[in-house]
Design a protein around this ligand. Structure first.
Ligand code: ATP
Ligand code: MG
Length: 284
């Protein structure tokens, strides 16, 4: 019995979803014209769908698990469980007004007409701030609505902000910070639970590997104390004597986000010949 996984057919989440499966050793190709595809070497079957339909499919158990943006998930309010965040597809649902319009607080939206593809999340925000505004639901190209006189403001997904900028809009509020998440049907039979457990284990190993780098460096023995203090404290680094008297080679793992600061500090402490290597998998 295969675990059925729903991913976006073509769009912003497709490539990263396939890449994640591939990095987990699950061989699936991008969909092409196909709507479903079986992995060659792992008991999963992939369904390629519109992202909007994924929460419903998983709720209904037509798919067992799925990869979808939190924005879509929370807008649709389906009864599915979030298994884990995936760290890609990052964006935010934001309110934007034509540049030059003053905005201080949500009350300034009173009486406005706001265009959005996220009526539920927008309504929640307005209700929370006790604002009465008209929601105009459109399915795409929301950002042009004020320019063509369809609305006073928009509530739309933003990543860099350049689309808003090009349309003369300025972001004034963030309603939701979003990323892709793995979701699952509430109940699965034991066989599928086992496949899902394996998948989650692999995803965690891939995520840990992406967040860390393997570092090798050479240092004079009298600088090792400082160098150890700069490296993560949890486990001690590996230290090997070099052929050259009085020098050692030090191996350790560094988190990506501390990386550049640490490299500078290590160099200043006397480290030389620093090599940084990507980690393929990290088993936790
Ligand atoms: P579909 O045809 O599957 O319905 P779509 O046009 O609704 O596709 P995409 O534009 O491909 O969707 O976006 C898919 C998801 O990617 C969004 O729901 C969101 O979670 C995420 N995303 C990340 N950055 C952005 C962005 N700048 N704009 C829109 N979505 C983004
Ligand atoms: Mg969509």
């Amino acid at each position: 019995m295969n675990l059925r996984i729903a991913i976006q057919k073509s769009g912003r989440l497709s490539e990263d979803s396939i890449k994640l499966l591939n990095d987990c050793g699950i061989a699936v190709k991008s969909s092409g014209a196909k709507l479903r595809s079986e992995a060659e070497n792992f008991p999963v079957e992939v369904y390629f769908l519109r992202d909007d339909d994924i929460p419903q499919y998983v709720q209904d158990g037509v798919a067992d698990i799925g990869i979808v943006g939190e924005n879509v998930l929370y807008e649709k309010c389906k009864d599915v469980d979030v298994v884990l965040p995936l760290g890609f597809g990052r964006c935010r649902l934001a309110l934007a007004l034509p540049r030059g319009m003053t905005y201080n607080e949500p009350a300034d939206l009173e009486g406005m007409k706001i265009a959005t593809s996220y009526p539920f999340l927008l309504q929640n925000f307005l209700r929370k701030h006790r604002v009465e505004a008209e929601i105009h639901e459109i399915s795409g190209s929301v950002e042009i609505a004020p320019g063509i006189g369809l609305a006073d403001a928009v509530c739309d997904l933003v990543s860099s902000g350049s689309t808003l900028f090009m349309n003369g809009l300025q972001e004034v509020e963030t309603l939701l910070d979003s990323q892709a998440v793995l979701v699952r049907h509430a109940t699965l039979d034991e066989q599928k639970e086992e496949i899902l457990r394996k998948m989650i284990f692999r995803i965690r190993s891939v995520q840990a590997a992406r967040k860390n780098k393997y570092i090798l460096l050479n240092a004079p023995n009298n600088t090792l104390d400082i160098i150890f203090s700069l490296l993560p404290g949890m486990k001690s680094p590996t230290v090997l004597p070099l052929a050259e008297e009085g020098w050692s080679s030090v191996h350790s793992v560094l988190p990506e986000d501390e990386f550049w600061d640490k490299i500078e500090a290590l160099k200043a402490a006397g480290a030389q010949g620093i090599l940084v290597v990507p980690i393929e998998k990290m088993i936790l």
